[in-house]
Design a protein. Structure first.
Lengths: 450, 108
């Protein structure tokens, strides 16, 4: 039997391995031997932070509750990547030419470096992303809980809280170490991108493994699985058109508006040509990620007891069949998808908070302004470290306050909607010459209030 | 560039026994005065812009199918088939676009 202590040991070893990968990547980049690290493959893999724990655990739960609707979340971004020639290429070009560091920076600089706009977008992003970070912490502690229950241990709410707290502390440490090593105008983080790429492979492999296990190991082949789908509670295609199209649009918009996606898509982009590869490789990745979701959901509904949490089917199915090695791998996959999202989202948010809230306020409070450059540099790094801790703390507090009760997918959708408010201002800034600063601010505040 | 004028002369090589036979034009039926490289590139750009619209249309199509009549498995297979198709299309397009960007454009 897989003991709980072994699980903790394995995750610690895995985290140490990630630290090692990030550290090695930073050293290679520093010594200039980073040719293959800037390959389109790594770029595409780093985009996969779009698939968070929400995808990894939540998609199966979503499918078990409302059928094929979960697919819209992945169809939308695929369309955006297909249309890279029109929108993303322009976005990346502007980002490189004007040294954009975050989505708040993009919007404020498209409207004449308006500090007000930057601040509004930053606030909006913090409010929108905090529940999302809480969601990742919740999924980590939930997956620990599944193992603890399987091991027969008593699992109290206190335990869930401490797992989440320790994860948050570890993540803050990792992000501070590799996210604020140096202050670079390009805001590129080789170590983190590399670690995220490794995690992308781990999570895709884990999800494919459980899918293959379910279809060929439990389901008895492809035809039998399809028959099983048609016999399940979600057998009929009963999709509401408004939700289908609306969610597709929402997720498409989220791909460019989420601060963490903007970070990997635009800020960490080293070469426009990588976008061409990602335009087909990223939809392929999303497709593979969502390929086995319905079979897993259907098999889980059939084989597990009625009260089982569908969000954890990915983990509970192999556990119930006694495949502990597979379950361990899946746990690491889910852990990867949660941590990589939190790390990149925290960096993106911390950059925004320090550049658009802390620094303007600080400069204004010192009437003399910045006289020495080293002075500001140390201040910005400190501000960024504090913002990282602050953002993670907010996520943790949200997790504790919300009690971890809501379904994963519902929290994710709330976060999406919050962040997508930025889209009109962004598109206006990109394409519409007549757009004004006050107009953009008014639009953002209205969306925020709604 | 003589090949632009093939077909415009009164006498083709088949009618005139004194002329050596000319190679047949490689793109019959094309507007003769367009530079092929940039023409092709523009059509590629059009295709790249159109691709997401086509994808959206194909993915919205199941909404027209009868509710409650269509098994989930059929819809699932259809959606993933479109996905594979679009991914392949995108791979071809991005390769062609990148190739076209590298070639120097035709001055004509």
């Amino acid at each position: 039997m897989l003991t709980f202590n072994l699980l903790i040991l394995v995750s610690l070893v895995y985290v140490a391995f990630l630290f090692g990968v990030a550290f090695a990547a930073e050293r290679r980049a520093a010594s200039g031997r980073d040719g293959w690290m800037r390959s389109p493959l790594i770029y595409t893999l780093s985009l996969s932070i779009y698939c968070t724990a929400w995808t990894f655990y939540g998609a199966v739960g979503y499918a078990a509750r409302s059928g094929l609707e979960y697919l819209t979340i992945y169809l939308g971004p695929s369309l955006v990547m297909l249309g890279w020639w029109s929108l993303l290429r322009k976005l990346v070009r502007i980002g490189r030419a004007q040294r954009i560091t975050s989505i708040a920076d993009l919007i404020s600089s498209r409207f004449g470096k308006s500090a007000l706009l930057g601040g509004i977008v930053t606030l909006l992003a913090v409010v929108g992303v905090t529940p999302y970070i809480a969601l990742q912490l919740q999924s980590i502690s939930q997956s620990f809980a599944v193992f603890a229950e399987a091991g027969g241990a008593r699992w109290s709410g206190l335990g869930a809280g401490s797992v989440a707290l320790w994860s948050a502390i570890g993540l803050a440490l990792f992000t501070i170490l590799f996210g604020t090593r140096n202050l670079d105008a390009n805001e590129r983080h080789h170590g983190i991108v590399m670690a995220v790429a490794v995690e992308a492979v781990v999570k895709l492999g884990a999800l494919l493994a459980v899918g293959i296990f379910v279809v060929w190991g439990l389901g008895g082949g492809l035809a039998a699985t399809l028959a099983r789908i048609d016999a399940s509670p979600i057998a009929q295609w009963q999709q509401s058109g408004g939700r289908w199209a609306g969610l597709m649009f929402l997720s498409a918009a989220a791909l460019v508006c989420l601060p963490r996606m903007f970070q990997v898509l635009v800020v960490e982009n080293a070469d426009e040509g990588h976008l061409a590869t990602a335009s087909w490789a990223f939809p392929l990745y999303l497709m593979l990620m969502s390929l086995f979701v319905v079979p897993i959901a259907v098999t889980g509904l059939e084989m597990l007891p009625a009260g089982a949490n569908p969000d954890m089917f990915v983990l509970t199915l192999p556990l119930s069949q006694g495949h502990e090695g597979l379950a361990m791998w899946i746990f690491l996959g889910g852990f990867s998808s949660a941590t990589s999202m939190v790390i990149v989202a925290t960096i993106a948010l911390a950059t925004m908070v320090s550049n658009h809230i802390v620094v303007p306020v600080w400069l204004r409070s010192r009437a003399g302004g910045a006289t020495m450059s080293g002075d500001v540099r140390a201040m910005v790094l400190t501000a960024r470290r504090l913002s990282i801790v602050g953002v993670l703390l907010l996520g943790y507090v949200y997790f504790r306050l919300s009690g971890g009760g809501a379904a994963l997918a519902a929290i994710g959708l709330v976060a999406f909607t919050g962040v997508v408010q930025v889209l009109p201002a962004m598109l206006g800034g990109l394409y519409w010459r007549g757009a004004t600063r006050s107009g953009a601010a008014a639009g953002l505040l209205t969306g925020f209030a709604v | 560039m003589p090949r632009f004028w093939t077909g415009c002369g009164r006498l083709s090589s088949a009618e005139d026994p004194l002329r050596p036979p000319r190679p047949a034009p490689s793109y019959p039926g094309r507007p003769v005065f367009l530079a092929r490289a940039s023409y092709r590139q523009r059509r590629l750009h059009d295709a790249a812009r159109l691709a997401p619209t086509i994808g959206a249309g194909l993915w919205l199509l199941p909404l027209l199918w009868p509710r409650g009549d269509t098994p989930t498995s059929v819809t699932l297979i259809y959606l993933f088939a479109v996905w594979v198709g679009l991914t392949g299309l995108s791979a071809l397009l991005s390769r062609a676009l990148r190739g076209a960007a590298r070639r120097p454009s035709d001055p004509a």
